[in-house]
Design a protein around this ligand. Structure first.
Ligand SMILES: NC(=O)c1ccc[n+]([C@@H]2O[C@H](COP(=O)([O-])OP(=O)(O)OC[C@H]3O[C@@H](n4cnc5c(N)ncnc54)[C@H](O)[C@@H]3O)[C@@H](O)[C@H]2O)c1
Length: 243
């Protein structure tokens, strides 16, 4: 018997070089998993329980390489965490078509490509899929039309995939609120203060706190949870801030 909540499991994590993805990689490793870490950017060197794959999750070819790596290096795949994302802020009438397409591809289509490449492996292992959506799936914020459409799409895609691939594969979605990662670097002090003030928790979330929710949904502790969305937003969507 291995150690932790994911003993001997093999997991793919995308957007693994930064923020929430990096925290999930760290937590999965601590829970006994072996991890294929996927990102556009360079990552730390490989070790026996961690393989880095450099690639764009919106390309089918990347997913062929990821599935081949899982098969060749580990002979299985148990967990898929589809988490990479990109955002371009502009109202719909000012957003170039390429930027719309890119955000839909990275934030939504990538999960379809992932499942297309990995469904067989995940079924064999009776695995689990966890998607990272956002509170933008539930509420509107000016300047995020494509991001919101993609993140909303992920919530329904997660539900759909749970039905499509159950009972062998469970599929769930996390919906983070304001989590302090590099995506906040370019956001001004006043916007940060207002985001934190709009939470019941009264603070930013930490990437590790989302990783804890992802780990729960990836492991056997959530064996009867599928097709669900779990808010990890410090109560941001629970707060009504006007009369
Ligand atoms: N931080 C927040 O406040 C917050 C809130 C809600 C939802 N989220 C979601 O959480 C997830 C992680 O966000 P984060 O805050 O950790 O962001 P981050 O910017 O710290 O990390 C995202 C990673 O994804 C990688 N990436 C981007 N495009 C890629 C592509 N095409 N192929 C492969 N890798 C790619 C980047 O290189 C980066 O390492 C995203 O899905 C984001 O939408 C974040």
């Amino acid at each position: 018997m291995g150690r932790g909540l994911l003993p001997g499991k093999v997991a793919v994590v995308t957007g693994a070089a930064s923020g929430i993805g990096a925290a999930v990689v760290e937590r999965f490793l601590r829970e006994g998993a072996r991890v294929i870490a996927v990102d556009l950017t360079d990552q730390s060197p490989d070790r026996p329980d961690l393989l880095a794959v450099r690639g764009d999750v919106s390309h089918a070819e990347t997913w062929r390489r990821i599935a081949d790596t899982a098969r060749a290096e580990f002979g299985r795949l148990d967990v898929l965490h589809s988490n990479a994302s990109t955002v371009v802020r502009a109202p719909a009438h000012e957003l170039p078509e390429d930027d719309w397409d890119r955000q839909l591809s990275v934030n939504l289509k990538a999960t379809y490509l992932a499942v297309r490449a990995c469904a067989g492996l995940l079924k064999e292992s009776r695995g689990a899929v966890v998607l990272t959506s956002s509170v933008h799936a539930l509420v509107g914020l000016p300047g995020h039309p494509a991001y919101a459409a993609a993140k909303g799409g992920l919530v329904s895609l997660g539900r759909q995939l749970a039905v499509e691939y159950g009972p062998e594969v469970r599929v769930n979605t996390v919906i983070p609120g304001p989590i302090l990662t590099p995506v906040w670097d370019g956001i001004g002090e006043e916007d940060r203060r207002r985001s934190v003030a709009a939470t019941a928790a009264g603070r930013f979330g930490r990437p590790e706190e989302v990783a804890a929710a992802v780990t729960f949904l990836a492991c056997a502790e959530s064996s009867y949870v599928t097709g669900a969305s779990l808010l990890v937003d410090g109560g941001w969507t629970a707060v009504k801030d006007s009369a």
